[in-house]
Design a protein. Structure first.
Lengths: 275, 275
């Protein structure tokens, strides 16, 4: 997908909502669990009920991978369904891969080509030659872990390296890599106070922001610090939408939760005169 | 597998050789490519011809993942074959996963349970709560990226954090985590001069050392710095063994290459009076 198409979609839907598909089969309704492919059926029901309000979906690969080859067949069905029925939607493989060059290329091909995602989340620890292979594909994007929302982010990401924090070093270094115009960054919503500084380092890059809702991040704060002249944000919600109800009405409750976030986003975008 | 079983096997086979299954279908012989499941058939041929000389196999997950659900079905067949025919062999999922707690647990279950590996390689960037879920399983091991052999390792891993280099910080911090007796570390063979310092930080942990051979690392140097009283090393070779020949004799040439490394390891172990 062209980045301009993602931007157009944001303006059209007045939304920068990404919905995370972290599908825990223990939480899905019995009527879904009884189907032949519950991972797919649950995803389809969520997509059908929320696609009007979301600009991106982010399947969490671990939740498919744990079911072996069958789980990966379900992932392929989800992606085929999304790409066929909602070609305007930006898709993110939340996979957090990272390995040396020839292996990274295999991961890139797996997610960009075999499963036909627009983007994949990538880990920075192994450096340039582990990330650049993901930046080599036309209209495909790597989303690099920068500052995450979990407790353990303090172990390494905020350690001081010279005059910078480690995640700042990661952002600054990676923004010099070949193909960095196809690079986006993961920044946790619980770190809203850091987002302003991150915007100074990368004013134009898209930020993928998980952690709003269940994990405690505030949409208003994130937007205040993170929006740029092109919006430049994808704010993710997973559990708050897909498990808004665990009863038969889960799809309509998911729709309500997605609509609620979209409305909040619309108000923010209008206030900032971005739409 | 109990760690004592791995140690016993090392002494019995007089080898600390790990063979990496990074299977590039463009490099396998036409007779293998013509089969229904070339990823499995190639792995089987390599395993059958080299298992007498190796104590561990390390399938590189990207090379299976790139073929979608079919690739993962092949991986399952490889693991079932290994576990049935060579239960004494230590198995490593070279997956370099890393994500927040509930997602990390899914990855752990995928590789420890669904595919039945003894261990998995893990990335440190997201910190404690992204690694500890992998240390929660009886007789299963996480192998944490510390200092890798690729060029990009210099981007972040050897940055100065306080009085330490970043990979030293990773090793020292992680060795305090819950379950760290089930933690091993990846250290590239091209960094032999750093291994002595690493041994000071973690005298007892197993080190998985890729990069001998094709990537230029020296077995003698690695052994000199890395061996401990329990051996404590797994030295990996991939391309040097599995593509020793790309002709019909690939399996016997792989055997020769594995045997050659085992002999070198035996001489080292004898010289150090470890066997």
């Amino acid at each position: 997908m062209k980045i301009s198409a993602l931007k157009n979609q944001i303006l059209l839907k007045k939304s920068f909502l990404c919905i995370g598909l972290d599908i825990d089969l223990e939480k899905v309704h019995a009527s879904i669990k009884a189907t032949e492919d519950p991972l797919f059926e649950f995803s389809k029901a969520i997509i059908d009920s929320t696609a009007a309000y979301a600009v991106a979906y982010k399947p969490n690969i671990a939740f498919f991978e744990t079911y072996g080859s069958q789980g990966m067949a379900s992932l392929k069905r989800v992606m085929d369904y999304l790409n066929k029925n909602h070609p305007e939607i930006f898709t993110i493989a939340d996979a957090k891969r990272g390995d040396i060059g020839n292996t990274a290329t295999r991961y890139a091909k797996a997610y960009y080509e075999t499963y036909n995602f627009d983007s994949i989340t990538v880990a920075p620890y192994m450096g340039k030659d582990s990330v650049e292979p993901f930046l080599n594909f036309e209209e495909k994007y790597a989303i690099l872990l920068a500052l995450t929302s979990n407790e353990g982010s303090s172990d390494f990401q905020i350690q001081k390296v010279g005059s910078q924090l480690f995640y700042e070093k990661v952002i600054q270094t990676s923004s010099q890599w070949k193909g960095s115009d196809r690079l986006m960054y993961v920044v946790g919503a619980t770190k809203a106070n850091a987002i302003k500084g991150i915007r100074n380092l990368i004013p134009d890059a898209f930020l993928l922001i998980p952690g709003v809702g269940a994990q405690g991040g505030s949409l208003a704060e994130v937007a205040e610090s993170g929006l740029n002249q092109d919006v430049g944000l994808l704010v993710n919600s997973s559990r708050g939408i897909i498990y808004a109800s665990t009863d038969t009405d889960f799809a309509s409750k998911a729709r309500d939760a997605a609509y609620d976030l979209q409305k909040q986003m619309q108000i923010i975008l209008e206030k900032k005169r971005l739409i």
